[in-house]
Design a protein. Sequence first.
Length: 175
Amino acid sequence: MPPKARPKSLKKNQRNTRNTISKTVPLTKRSLAILLAILISVSGLAFFAKNTTQENLHPLKSLTETPHKPEPPKAQWSYLKELPQKNIEVTLAKQAQKTKQYRLQCASFRNARDAEKMQANLAFQGLEANVEAVEGKKGLWHRVVLGPFTNKRSAERTRHQAQRIHIETCKIQSW
């Protein structure tokens, strides 16, 4: 015998509502609970009304009606007498001067003519460059140097000016 087919109205996960028992509270229990809540709130109001008087409603009024305020004590300062008689000596330590100087080395060439071309290019931007001839391990080099600068900020400012004309090789050196 084939299994019974379910009615089309009920799906597999749908509950059958005929088998559930409705739980209803009798009318007497509900009315008793409501009546009890009303009695508690009325008794609380009566207690509050009984304990409040006209004086309790205005507590600030009783504070402002004090007949006599005590005078504040007079302060006696002793430093007013002692201060003119005191001498204070302050010694300042000598501040060490910064002897650190900075310079920019923008390029180093084997040929003096190339170094002079870069020096002229920097001069068109208003930067005063020097060409130094230095004997290295591999022969004679011609450095293009800007500076000296007293602080690193001014060296950075000059380096940015050189970068505007596409000279990216300037390095800050301290000496």
